[in-house]
Design a protein around this ligand. Structure first.
Ligand code: BMA
Length: 332
């Protein structure tokens, strides 16, 4: 990918997406239980409350999920205890949650994976749990490895639940090449009719891998879908670095529009990324610079959306945009 640089990507960003001036809105210091990093949050409404489900990486290397509530979507108060801890078969890891409310249930997708050598042997699992009240959870689905990054559409389409996900089609340590797929389910447990939706070959700035970001947002024009893409800058794209899963990748976000009734059809896609890391909290070198990773979107009554994203795998940031402006981007 010659000539394509992070600087050029930053210039391509969508000007209609505005970062909140008080970012980051949640940092590890705000979490009232052991927390080294807090990022990549799921987002939904429960009555009048904005709810974020937080990915919390703990100092002992384990992960759990925290729950944060807010009345304005900006100032959050975090529960004193984690809202979910790993089950016995989840290797001490729960991460990258997304949440969708349908028919009285909040469905949470997340993934779990073991550390080190066991990762190679066992792989990464995609899981779905559901709750009505954020107190008790029912685990209802666990994929075969490797899969992660699932988002569930906020309503059934043609009578079925629909999800986007990102299986690892060529083995976890493969050089590159993970894509976004769509599948359907009658009950959230049996998933089938898998279809390739978007290939990484078609996303220049996500040429290493792509994945769905937050659950789709319904608009009259179609389903608005944010997705993430990882790109290895040319300077890093040689020798062993090409294989590394470490700090050289740049994670940005892109946008596409899917057909309302046949969501496996892409109606429009923005060629350039819409959100590219460049602020200090997105370039934070403490853990992982060059990362924006949206996992939750709240559509508001006034036609705007709030986008919650992990910044540098360390803190949580907020951006806003008007849906109409985003749809216009797709027309350009
Ligand atoms: C992805 C996931 C995310 C993480 C991102 C950037 O592969 O592991 O949880 O935010 O990398 O490190």
């Amino acid at each position: 990918m010659s000539g394509f640089t992070q600087q050029k990507m930053i210039e391509m960003e969508a000007k209609c997406i505005e970062r909140f001036a008080g970012n980051p809105i949640i940092t590890p210091q705000d979490v009232p239980f052991p927390c080294e990093r807090v990022y990549n949050p799921a987002a939904c409404m429960q009555g009048d409350d904005y709810v974020l489900i937080l990915r919390v990486d703990q100092p002992d290397g384990k992960q759990c999920l925290g729950l944060a509530r807010s009345k304005d979507g900006i100032k959050f108060k975090i529960d004193r205890e984690p809202v979910m801890v790993p089950a016995e078969n989840e290797f001490g890891h729960l991460n990258d949650p997304r949440i969708t409310f349908i028919d009285g249930w909040y469905y949470l997708t997340y993934c779990s994976d073991p550390d080190g050598e066991r990762l190679r042997e066992e792989g990464i699992y995609l899981c779905i749990a559901r709750t009505r009240d954020f107190k008790s959870w029912e685990r209802i689905y666990r994929s075969q490895p490797d899969n992660r990054n699932a988002v569930i559409f906020p309503e059934k389409i043609n009578g079925r639940f629909v999800r986007l996900d990102r299986p690892f089609r060529r083995g976890y340590r493969a050089e590159m090449g993970y894509d976004i797929w769509l599948s359907e389910s009658p009950d959230m447990q049996f998933w089938g009719k898998h279809k390739l939706l978007l290939s990484h070959y078609d996303v220049e700035w996500g040429s290493h891998k792509i994945g769905p970001a937050a659950p789709p947002v319904k608009t009259p024009a179609g389903w608005l879908v944010f997705f993430h893409g990882a790109f290895i800058p040319e300077s890093e794209n040689t020798g062993w670095k090409k294989w590394c899963c470490g700090r050289c990748k740049v994670y940005s976000a892109g946008l596409m529009l899917l057909d309302l009734n046949e969501p496996w059809k892409i109606k429009a896609i923005r060629k350039n990324p819409v959100l590219v890391p460049h602020t200090d909290y997105e370039m934070n070198p403490v853990y992982r610079p060059d990362v924006v990773f949206p996992c939750g979107i709240i559509p508001e009554a006034d036609g705007t959306i709030k986008i919650y994203y992990g910044a540098s795998d360390y803190s949580i940031a907020l951006a806003t945009a008007k849906i109409d402006d985003l749809l216009k981007l797709l027309d350009e």
